[in-house]
Design a binder for this molecule. Structure first.
Ligand code: CTP
Length: 429
């Protein structure tokens, strides 16, 4: 969208605008008109609203979420199972001053009218007491269908504001009623709805997410590496990757551009660049390729040893009764990735390591911090209850190169991630 395109439809910009300081959830469901929601989003933001986009899966087939991510006040939400907020639909619904659905498909309208929550958008619609503006868009036959008209009547009867579709060109070249109303028309309807509301209540607004990593590049490694013995077997470790993923997610939420080099069997957080690896050698190559980041966090459990020779065919077990011997696997050292990064650390870069320890935790971690030339070492007693591999909680102590020691209480891996990033932000200042 160009600036000149924006200027063709501008909303009011004064502080007195009914949009000023209002939190508007913009629901976008699947239809060719989803692109118009981008213009609507921009108009409402220009008028001072805090716009939180919610896209259905179908909407993402028409418009990329990256567009809304870049444009709206907050990142797009798509799932009822949010990364950070366990109940995003209630949070969204309860904190909204208005919920606008544009375009609203026959399915979303039907679910909403029937009280069915089948995704984040419909769940939010059912979980809100804020005024709702529904802007249908569909083919003429669908719009005129008795079922859809009945659902519209039901919603209208419940006080939902309907911005009726216009006549014009529809998807596929057909012409008729069903086209989403123009963004300026929807804007005016939402404006009228907001103008009726009492003054904004600051206590109802959730705290704004910190954006203290905006413009900062962060490379995170996560997961345990696997070192092949033969095509079937490998040497691995117990790392789940959860702590590294929590760091990648937290850095993303705080505005960073994140690259996640991972060997963990987890889906990457949305909006994070994922580089999949398996062995320590692959992880070294991938991390080195992204070593020009402002911040590097090595949360991966990298193998220290690997089989010196990978057997090309599956090793057969033989018959022990007839004297067949178990194979002897000779190991060799892998590269210490973090030590390599520390040795070549550019000025201004913050390098963070994780020390997985089972004894003499702080001493061992401090030694590794010095030996690998790190700025921060997160000492992790992986044998403590509620800490380490596969748990959702962790118990860590953050060590700094200047000797500062910061023990954290038992907390979630996300809280550990934010505490580590707080320390990194402090060092960068
Ligand atoms: N690390 C690394 N490359 C390796 C081994 C470890 O980059 N080959 C990194 C880990 O990602 C972690 C830090 O070094 O951030 C410390 O890892 P840890 O396993 O605790 O220590 P090691 O240096 O491997 O020493 P030891 O196994 O003897 O405790």
């Amino acid at each position: 969208m160009t600036d000149s395109a924006d200027q063709s439809e501008t909303g009011p910009r004064s502080a007195a605008s009914p949009f000023a300081g209002r939190r508007v959830v913009l629901g976008v469901s699947g239809g060719i008109a989803a692109y118009k929601a981008i213009i609507l989003c921009r108009l409402m933001m220009d008028a001072g609203a805090h716009v939180v986009p919610v896209m259905t899966a179908a909407a993402q087939r028409f418009v990329g979420r990256a567009t809304f991510d870049a444009l709206a006040s907050e990142r797009v939400q798509t799932s009822i199972f949010g990364d950070d907020d366990p109940i995003p639909h209630t949070t969204l619904g309860q904190t909204a001053d208005a919920v606008v659905v544009a375009p609203a498909t026959a399915r979303v309208i039907g679910s909403y009218a029937a009280g069915i929550s089948d995704g984040l958008l419909t769940a939010t619609l059912l979980a809100t007491r804020a005024p709702v503006v529904v802007c249908p868009a569909m083919h003429t036959e669908m719009w005129e269908h008795d079922a859809v008209q009945h659902n519209i009547d039901v919603l209208h009867g419940r006080g939902v504001h309907i911005v009726v579709p216009e006549a014009g060109r529809l998807a596929g070249g057909d012409v008729g009623t069903g086209r989403l109303a123009e963004p300026s028309t929807i804007f005016a309807s939402v404006e009228a709805v907001l103008a009726e509301l009492p003054e904004p209540d600051p206590a109802r607004q959730p705290p704004q997410p910190r954006r203290d990593f905006a413009g900062v590049s962060v490379t995170v490694s996560a997961g345990g590496t696997r070192e092949a013995i033969d095509p079937v077997r490998f040497i691995g470790n117990r790392s789940s990757g959860k702590q590294g993923y929590a760091i990648a997610t937290a850095a993303r939420d705080r505005g960073a551009e994140v690259t996640l080099v991972t060997s963990a069997p987890l889906s990457p957080p949305e909006g994070v660049r994922e580089v999949r690896v398996e062995s320590a050698a692959e992880m070294e190559a991938a991390v080195t390729a992204h070593a020009d980041a402002d911040v590097i966090v090595m949360a991966a459990a990298v193998a220290d040893f690997r089989p010196a020779d990978v057997v090309a065919q599956k090793i057969k077990k033989g018959d022990a009764d007839r004297g067949a011997e178990a194979p002897v696997i000779v190991l060799e050292h892998t590269q210490d990735i973090l030590a390599g990064l520390g040795a070549a650390k550019p000025a201004g870069q913050v390098l963070v390591g994780f020390a997985a320890e089972t004894a003499d935790v702080l001493d061992n971690a401090a030694q590794k911090l010095a030996r690998k030339n790190l700025d921060v070492m997160v000492a992790n007693d992986v044998s403590a209850a509620g800490a380490g591999f596969a748990h959702d909680t962790n118990i860590v102590t953050i060590l700094l190169a200047d000797g500062t020691v910061r023990p954290l209480p038992i907390c979630s891996k996300r809280e550990v991630a934010d505490a580590v990033l707080d320390t990194v932000a402090e060092l960068r200042r």
